[in-house]
Structures are given as C-alpha cells and as structure tokens.
Design a protein around this ligand. Structure first.
Ligand SMILES: Cc1cc2nc3c(=O)[nH]c(=O)nc-3n(C[C@H](O)[C@H](O)[C@H](O)COP(=O)(O)OP(=O)(O)OC[C@H]3O[C@@H](n4cnc5c(N)ncnc54)[C@H](O)[C@@H]3O)c2cc1C
Length: 281
C-alpha cells in the first residue's frame, strides 16, 4: 500500500530559490522512513510497525552505520532543477540518477545567466587547487561582475542575431556561455541521493552546486527525518581515518590513559586528523 509522506507533501510544488535565478522544486517522491524499515524487515519476514518510532530509528541508524544501503533504495524523489550549465556539468556526473534536460535544439533558451553575488567573487585558494579563498577587492569584484554581465548580454545578443538570420537553434546556441541557466527533471533513489548530498554538501564542493545540494538536503530532512538524522550522524559528519591515522590516534588515547607512548607519529598525521575532525565538527 502506498503511504503518504506529510513532510514531502508539504513541499511538493514549492519552488525553492537558489543562486540569483536558479531553483529546485520537489515534483514527486516515493516512500517514507517506514518504507526503509519495511524493506529491511522483509529480510527476516517481519512487517514494519509505523508506531514504533524508537525501534524504527534504531534500525535505520543500524542500517546507515553498517552501510546496508539497499533498503534506502525503496524511497526516492524527483525534482525540477534550474541551474547554470557549469553546475549541471558537475551534477550530471552522478550516473545513478535519471534526468531529462531542456534541449537547446528543440527550444530557444531563455536569456538567463548567472551573475555571482559580490561576496562570492573570491581569489584562487592557496591551499586547495580546486577551491576559492578570500574575497577579492571591491574593484576586482565590481569589474568581474560587470564583465560577466556584459559577456552574457553580448552572447545572447549574438544568439538572437544568429537565430534571426536563420541559423538553426542547435548551432546558434554554441555562442552561449557556461553560466547560462538550463533546466532538468532529476530523479534519484534515496541511497544515491544521499551519496550525491555527501559529495556535494561537503565543504570542498564548489559553492554553486553546494547551495543546490543544501536546498535538496532540507527537502530530504523534511521528508525522511529519521533517515536524514542517521545520515548526518554516520555519513555526512563522520570521518574516515587512514591506517596511519588510526595508529596515531590510538597512541594518543593510550597516552592520555597513562599507558605510555608507544608510537612515534609524524607531525603531519596528527595535523591531518585534527584538520579532518575540525572540518567535520
Ligand atoms: C569535490 C569534487 C571534485 C571533483 N573533481 C573532479 C575533477 O576534477 N574531474 C572529474 O572528472 N570529476 C571530478 N569530480 C566528479 C567525481 O569524480 C565523480 O564523478 C562524481 O562525484 C560522481 O560520483 P560517483 O561516481 O560516486 O556517483 P555516481 O555516478 O552516482 O555513482 C554512485 C556509485 O555507484 C557506483 N558506480 C557508478 N557507476 C559506476 C561504474 N561505471 N563503475 C563502477 N562503479 C560505479 C560507484 O560506487 C559510485 O560511487 C569531482 C567530484 C567532487 C565531489
């Protein structure tokens, strides 16, 4: 029997704004927290008790903690997403979702392109080759934003000129920049959706996709509260340690317990653990 999910129902059709002109909107879903429990209990021939919230919470935590992923595949969501093309380029790498995107061959693309907010105009990070660092000076910020705007206007002017001159839509669109907004219907089961959220809500994900992932995370939180809480606890805020880091941490705890100092960790190992712990907390 199909179960209603009031948390998801409340959000169905609500357009959540993201960036300057983007959005996510939940258009469909299947399952709720109990669906996960129900799927897990099939293994041992028992039905789920919707009223046993504490028992369900414990089982969901157990599944999440021990990476028993398949019961989470019994739930899922579909969204309409409007985002810049460079964000979709990262998003589409998540192969375990299904999507359909507006076709610039069939339809004329609307004149919409992303202009970063002033506080987003940042320098190249000194420590992360893929990341951004401090905010740029006011002059650089203003010049950059003016250039982004002018480039978008010029590109769309060329696009319209080409279309008016009779150039086909599929070819005319090649003058448009990567910050042009595009739209897609994106659906994903909950297991793969949480994997997407783990990678794209992480601090090292690019800001522009992270804000979309954060908006979707809020929808997941409302629709699957027990799953979401277990995911934050055991996945999103959890930390993986290498073997060397485990040895280092073990030695430190043994030392604190007065069991002597048995391991000589390199300084960078301790520093790496600390960085991981600080990032997660
Ligand atoms: C911060 C960050 C930086 C990145 N930088 C780059 C970059 O510089 N260059 C670049 O090219 N990409 C980059 N990526 C993309 C990244 O390599 C992945 O392609 C993307 O995150 C999708 O992850 P996934 O493959 O785990 O997800 P999905 O495609 O959704 O797959 C989910 C899981 O299914 C399994 N799976 C799916 N397909 C296969 C398969 N064909 N074979 C085996 N197992 C499979 C895997 O277990 C996988 O983890 C970056 C991603 C992040 C988050």
């Amino acid at each position: 029997m199909r179960r209603n999910n009031p948390g998801a129902d409340n959000l169905l059709g609500q357009v959540i704004p993201v960036l300057d002109k983007g959005s996510v909107c939940l258009v469909d879903y299947w399952g709720d927290d109990t669906s996960v429990v129900e799927a897990a209990r099939v293994s041992y021939g028992k039905a789920a008790d919707v009223h046993d919230v504490e028992g369900n919470r414990r089982l969901i935590n157990y599944l999440m903690k021990h990476d028993h992923g398949s019961p989470f595949e019994q739930c899922g969501m579909a969204f309409n997403v409007k985002a810049p093309i460079f964000v979709f380029r990262e998003w589409h790498r998540h192969r375990t979702a299904s999507l359909n995107e507006i076709s610039g061959r069939y339809a004329q693309l609307p004149d919409e392109y992303y202009i970063p907010a002033p506080e987003r105009v940042q320098t190249q990070s000194a420590t992360n080759k893929q990341g951004s660092g401090d905010q740029c000076s006011e002059d650089v910020t203003e010049d950059f934003r003016i250039n982004v705007e002018a480039t978008g206007m010029d590109a769309f002017a060329e696009y319209h000129l080409a279309l008016t001159a009779g150039v086909s839509r599929e070819l005319a669109r090649i003058v448009l920049p990567l910050n042009t907004y595009s739209s897609m219907r994106w659906s994903c089961n909950l297991r793969n959706l949480l994997h997407f959220l783990r990678l794209r809500t992480a601090p090292n994900a690019q800001f522009e996709i992270r804000v979309f992932a954060e908006a979707i995370a809020e929808v997941v939180k409302a629709a699957y509260p027990l799953v979401y809480t277990a995911w934050v606890e055991h996945v999103q805020k959890a930390v993986t340690l290498s073997y060397s880091e485990v040895q280092c941490l073990r030695a430190a705890i043994e030392f604190l317990r007065g069991e002597g100092w048995t391991y000589k960790p390199e300084h960078w190992e301790a520093a790496k653990i600390l960085t991981k712990l600080r990032k997660a907390a």
